[in-house]
Ligand binder design. Structure first.
Ligand code: TZP
Ligand code: MG
Length: 223
């Protein structure tokens, strides 16, 4: 079954924020609540742990029909045949990642500034030039966050809106996003919101995701 690429409500995992709960259960609850895509981002895991977790997450998300994205590790993404990989500015260069995973996998790229975002190769390439741009750009942190310490400068909604005016790339806003500001991120021009703590640390990940999904709809004027 081919999976729909929908970045609306993008769960990014972080086991230390899960309060000892089973990560797969949280993923399952989030999908039941409306998460449209899931990224495994486990900075403290060994390669073997990450691989085992990724394999289990892939099994689960195949059953649920939701794409699995692997953070940083192209090798793990390939080993479990994940649906895609997400890299940042300090990871392998985008072009190398695309060469490794081929044209059909989802590749997301984090960008720190408008200028960086605009210098990224575009998905709609000139036929024959051999390049494939990222499927979406991760824009963040949109707001201050405690979840990631080594972030670039906070974007704010105005900078996100400025980028929206200058590109037709899919944009996913991340960093400090929760039910109270998700609609604003969408109104500023993001195609979706990515969250870690708003779902992973929530008492009910399912309910938190439902509320985020509703906020995204509200931001699109579709409530
Ligand atoms: N990249 C930019 S901010 C961030 C990442 C992975 C962390 C976002 O976490 P939270 O808890 O949703 O603010
Ligand atoms: Mg990275």
């Amino acid at each position: 079954m081919s999976k729909k690429r929908d970045y609306s409500v993008y769960l990014v995992t972080d086991r230390p924020l899960c309060a000892g709960r089973d990560l797969l259960r949280i993923i399952e609850e989030a999908v039941a609540g409306g998460a449209t895509i899931v990224q495994l981002r486990e900075k403290d895991a060994t390669a073997r742990e990450f691989f085992e977790l990724a394999r289990a997450a892939k099994d689960l998300l195949d059953r649920l029909g939701v794409p699995l994205i692997i953070n940083d590790r192209v090798d793990v993404a390939l080993a479990v045949d994940a649906d895609g990989v997400h890299v940042g500015q300090k990871d392998l260069p985008y072009a190398e990642v695309r060469k490794m995973v081929g044209p059909h996998k989802i590749v997301g790229l984090s960008v720190d500034t408008v200028e960086q975002a605009l210098s990224v190769p575009d998905l709609e390439v000139v036929p024959g030039d051999g390049g494939f741009g990222p499927d979406y750009l991760g824009v963040g942190p949109v707001f201050p966050t405690n979840t990631k310490k080594d972030t670039s400068e906070v974007w704010g909604l105005d900078k996100l809106a400025e980028l929206r005016r200058q590109t037709h790339q899919k944009l996913v806003g991340i960093g400090g996003v929760y039910v109270g500001n998700a609609a604003d991120v969408i109104r500023a021009g993001a195609d979706g919101v990515a969250v870690v703590s708003a779902i992973c640390a929530a008492e009910s990940p399912k309910q938190a995701t439902e509320e985020l999904a509703a906020a995204v709809m509200l931001g699109r004027g579709l409530e």
